[in-house]
Write a protein that binds this ligand. Structure first.
Ligand SMILES: Cc1cc2nc3c(=O)[nH]c(=O)nc-3n(C[C@H](O)[C@H](O)[C@H](O)COP(=O)(O)OP(=O)(O)OC[C@H]3O[C@@H](n4cnc5c(N)ncnc54)[C@H](O)[C@@H]3O)c2cc1C
Length: 405
């Protein structure tokens, strides 16, 4: 009996795990740690996959990783197939199981990340779609029913919804993507394909082709570049291995980390972003960059504590994109120079009317815009909004001059 582990490749179409397989047990293992919202998101996707599989006479088993060896033994599984691991933990699981490896959800099976993203991009030829079976194999055993946990998500769960979102974004929003991608609030400033790509509900080469075959324009080129950033971090992490998670200097983990996690730092842009993460499991790329830079460079906290928090809470958590971006901003990644975001400036530049801040920080809703942006430097704050937790990092001095008045 053969088993296929669908983690990271949870789709029934265009899935190289099914290539050349007639019959197999289909399995999926829960991640080590995930917030209740992320668990609910995963459960909703698994339930959709189960539903489709059952219509085809197949099924999906959902297990905890520690149950896997016993399960495989009980069902007489002699061979396990899984996607090429992207991180050391999955690699260790693969070698314990003696798994046969199929391509991961990446555009290129192997690649040198190179020293910088630009070098990586220059060295890459246009990716070609992989050929693979259109339909999954049938699975001869019945699996337990998996009821989706209650939850409301920013993303619609399931493979079908993922494909719809891709088509919708390419048709309706790609043309403005270059201009809108730094947005903070709304549902079309960026593609919001990340949660689908992370679980493998969309095949990356399919996404690439869909974007690539759209009419030429700055939005199309920008989105292809972002997909290459995803690819770049995959290959960077593959080259780095376990030291990303454990090596190097460690920062503080004091009460300011907790304030950051809960959106209670006294810096409105960061608090809005962190509260959005807790409520929805998502935040825009611009918000992530600011939240990460602030934690590391202004609060002096350990970047790995931040990466760890994102890992638990992001619905689109993806090991290489998350740890790669955190390391990059902290200065321990593909770019040895740390990247600093001046959060006060970013706040007024990317949210000039404070719409994002008011949305996530209702206690500030009645304040005039200039006061909201100036809040960390003001003696008086609205009831319920915290005093600054102590920004003693690189950038925090007096308020930006154009905030006076
Ligand atoms: C600190 C930090 C942590 C992050 N953690 C994750 C994560 O766990 N999972 C994740 O998918 N992305 C992560 N990102 C990258 C990026 O923020 C998200 O991919 C993006 O915000 C998701 O929204 P979108 O799909 O609308 O992106 P779009 O702007 O529409 O981009 C399209 C796709 O390109 C890829 N992409 C875009 N930017 C990046 C990037 N900087 N690095 C890698 N891939 C990128 C994603 O797959 C994304 O879905 C992180 C960024 C930062 C700064």
């Amino acid at each position: 009996m053969q088993a296929i582990l669908l983690n990271g490749q949870l789709r029934l179409h265009r899935n190289p795990l099914f290539d050349g397989v007639d019959s197999a047990l289909l399995l999926w293992c829960w991640p080590r740690r995930a917030s209740p919202l992320r668990q609910a998101w995963l459960a909703a996707n698994l339930a959709k996959a189960q539903q489709t599989l059952r219509q085809r006479g197949a099924d999906l088993f959902v297990l905890e990783q520690r149950q896997l060896p016993d399960f495989l033994a009980r069902h007489g599984v002699s061979q396990v197939r899984m996607a090429q691991p992207l991180a050391p933990e999955e690699a260790a699981l693969g070698s314990t199981l003696g798994a046969e490896l199929a391509p991961a959800n990446t555009l290129f099976d192997t690649a040198e990340a190179g020293a910088t993203f630009s070098q990586f991009k220059k060295s890459m030829a246009a990716p070609q779609p992989r050929s693979c079976l259109a339909a999954p194999p049938s699975s001869p055993l019945a699996a337990p029913t998996l009821a989706p946990l209650p939850g409301t998500f920013r993303f619609e769960p399931g493979e079908e919804a993922a494909n719809e979102r891709l088509l919708h974004f390419v048709r309706q929003h790609l043309s403005h993507y270059k201009a809108s991608r730094n947005g903070l609030l709304g549902d079309s400033f960026s593609s919001q394909l990340s949660a689908y790509l992370a679980e493998g509900l969309l095949a990356i080469d399919h996404v690439w082709q869909a974007v690539h075959s759209a009419p030429a324009g700055p939005g199309r080129q920008q989105l292809l570049d972002e997909l290459l950033w995803r690819e770049f971090f995959h290959h960077w992490l593959a080259g780095q291995g376990a030291r990303v998670f454990t090596g190097g200097p460690k920062g503080a983990r004091d009460q300011r980390l907790k304030a950051w996690q809960q959106g209670q730092t006294g810096l409105p842009l960061v608090d809005a972003a962190m509260r959005e993460l807790l409520a929805t499991g998502y935040m825009s790329n611009r918000a992530r960059q600011n939240a990460a830079s602030f934690l590391v460079h202004d609060l002096g906290q350990d970047w790995r504590a931040g990466a760890d928090w994102f890992e638990q809470h992001l619905l689109d958590y993806q090991v290489s994109a998350n740890w790669g971006n955190w390391a990059y901003i902290a200065g321990h990644g593909a770019n040895p120079r740390a990247i600093y975001f001046d959060v006060a400036w970013q706040s007024q530049h990317y949210d000039p009317d404070a719409l994002y801040l008011r949305h996530w920080l209702p206690e500030l809703a009645e304040l005039p815009t200039a006061r909201i942006h100036r809040l960390p430097w003001l003696a008086q704050r609205p009831a319920g909004y915290p005093a600054p937790v102590g920004f003693d990092g690189w950038g925090f001095g007096p308020p930006p001059t154009d905030l006076h008045g």
